[in-house]
Design a protein around this ligand. Structure first.
Ligand SMILES: [Zn+2]
Ligand SMILES: [Zn+2]
Ligand SMILES: [Zn+2]
Length: 264
C-alpha cells in the first residue's frame, strides 16, 4: 500500500437546516461573510488518476455541483440515511448521463433499507413513462473496501442511538453526525493527520457533539489539524474561530484540504 495526494473539498458544512436558516434574522444568518453560508453536509474527494468520491447526496447537491463545477462522481459513500444526507440522490442522474454508467453507491445495511423506502421509485423495478431515474450500483459496506484502488476504512460512530459511518481515507478521517465514537473507532482514527468532526453548536445536543465535546475528542485523537462541520447558526465563523485552540478550525463551504489517501 502507498499514499497518493488528494484534494478534499467541503461541499457543505451546515446542519440539516443549512445556514442561513429559513426565516431567521440572527446576525449569523444575516452575515455577509461567505464562510457563514453553509449548505447541507457533504464532501468531495478527488484522487487524481484514481477516483472522484462523493460522501452523501445532500439536498443541495445540484447547487454544490454547479458552484464547484463537479463533472464526475465515480462513487458515492453514505454516512447514514437522514434527509440532509440523502435527499439529493436523484441529482446523480446527471452524472449517469455524463459518464454513461451506473454509479456504485456504498452504504451500510440500515442506510440501504431507508434509501430503498425513501426512494422507492428508484428501486421498485417499475418502468415509468417519462422522467428518468438514477442508475445506481448498490454495494453494502461491511468492512474496509477499495474503490478504484483507493482504500476506505469505515469508522463506526454513534448519532444518538443511530449507528453512522465515518470514513478514513489515508491520513484524513471524516466523522459527521455523531456524539460518540464507537469503542472500535479510536484505533481506526489513531495517527490521523487531519480530522473532520461534527460540532453542532455550543449547547449540548442528544445526537451531535457540541463544540466542547468535539474539542475533547480532538484532544484525545491529537491530529495535526482538525476541522469542525455540521454547524448551526450558533457558530458564526469569525467569532467562533477566534476562540478555538491552535490546530482547530471551522470548516466552511468551498474549503479545500490537501490530503493523502491510501492506494492498493
Ligand atoms: Zn446531518
Ligand atoms: Zn440564524
Ligand atoms: Zn444525521
Amino acid at each position: 500500500m502507498s499514499q497518493v495526494p488528494a484534494r478534499l473539498l467541503f461541499l457543505g458544512t451546515g446542519t440539516s437546516h443549512g445556514v442561513p436558516m429559513i426565516g431567521c434574522t440572527c446576525s449569523v444568518c444575516r452575515s455577509i461573510d461567505p464562510r457563514d453560508k453553509r449548505l447541507r453536509p457533504s464532501i468531495y474527494l478527488d484522487v487524481p488518476t484514481h477516483v472522484r468520491l462523493l460522501v452523501d447526496t445532500s439536498p443541495d447537491l445540484r447547487q454544490q455541483a454547479l458552484v464547484h463545477e463537479l463533472a464526475r462522481v465515480d462513487a458515492v459513500l453514505f454516512t447514514h440515511s437522514h434527509a440532509d444526507h440523502i435527499l439529493g440522490l436523484d441529482e446523480l442522474r446527471r452524472f449517469n448521463a455524463i459518464q454513461g454508467a451506473a454509479i456504485p453507491c456504498y452504504a451500510n445495511a440500515p442506510t440501504w433499507e431507508t434509501l430503498r423506502q425513501a426512494f422507492s421509485y428508484i428501486f421498485d423495478g417499475v418502468t415509468r413513462l417519462g422522467g428518468g431515474i438514477p442508475e445506481l450500483d448498490p454495494r453494502e459496506i461491511t468492512g474496509p473496501f477499495a474503490v478504484r484502488g483507493v482504500r476506505i476504512v469505515p469508522v463506526a460512530v454513534w448519532h444518538g442511538l443511530m449507528p453512522v459511518l465515518g470514513f478514513r481515507f489515508g491520513n484524513v478521517a471524516y466523522l459527521t453526525d455523531c456524539n460518540r465514537l464507537d469503542d472500535s473507532a479510536w484505533a481506526l482514527v489513531d495517527g490521523v493527520d487531519t480530522l473532520i468532526i461534527d460540532a453542532l453548536r455550543d449547547r449540548p445536543h442528544g445526537t451531535h457533539f457540541s463544540l466542547n465535546e468535539a474539542l475533547d475528542v480532538i484532544a484525545r485523537i491529537k491530529p495535526r489539524r482538525a476541522f469542525t462541520t455540521h454547524m448551526t447558526h450558533d457558530l458564526g465563523h469569525a467569532a467562533t474561530s477566534a476562540r478555538l485552540p491552535a490546530g482547530v478550525e471551522l470548516a466552511y463551504d468551498g474549503l479545500v484540504l490537501d490530503v493523502s489517501v491510501d492506494v492498493e
